[in-house]
Write a protein that binds this ligand. Sequence first.
Ligand code: DX5
Ligand code: ZN
Length: 233
Amino acid sequence: MSGLRIAPSLLSADFARLGEEVTAVIEAGADLIHFDVMDNHYVPNLTVGPLVCQAIRTYATVPIDVHLMVKPVDALIPMFANAGASIISFHPEASEHIDRTLQLIRSHGVKAGLVLNPATPLNVLDHVLEQLDLVLLMSVNPGFGGQRFIESVLPKIEAVRRRIDASGREIWLEVDGGVNADNADRVAAAGADTLVAGSAVFTGGRYADSIRTLRERALAGGAQISAHESSHA
Ligand code: DX5
Ligand code: ZN
């Protein structure tokens, strides 16, 4: 495992104090800021747009990881690129032309990610892996924080890990939804290198403790996979 990143999702932050919350989670050890954009069309919830991304960018001294749950998607990409996004991910079901959307993201010098829902088949990756910087696997159905982790996503993480390794490209494998201290080891052992956590970070208010625990649990899981690989070397 080349690295392990913890990406707190602002969906569970105090939206009345968003700048302070961004600063607090970065001081607590966040590697990325995960920014969930929902449109009440692709998903049944409504959150924030490019103006809010722009507003937090001066607080975000780590990359802003924008997760677009919107349809259609293309018009928002230049807006988020200009608002300070470092990574933009979208759902293939939300784009009529996935290749074009990926090109659009990359043309703005932003890293591109594709998001797979729990029931989205892996073949959507078939012809686009070369254009991806990140695969985001949903371990809940998108739309809300605080949902229960869907266990059947674990073998899917393993399958995507094998595809990424076979590609030889450096593509991050991020998992989003219901990740917590009880499953972070299994999520990392399955091959994830980037863990989104909303409620697991923000609930309880002890951000540094929560992030440290998630990282320790994930690294323990990642160590299992490294040991497994070296025993088969
Ligand atoms: C769900 C969002 C997630 C969510 C994660 O649609 O994409 O990023 O905020 O929240 P938790 O970690 O509470 O499941
Ligand atoms: Zn998300």
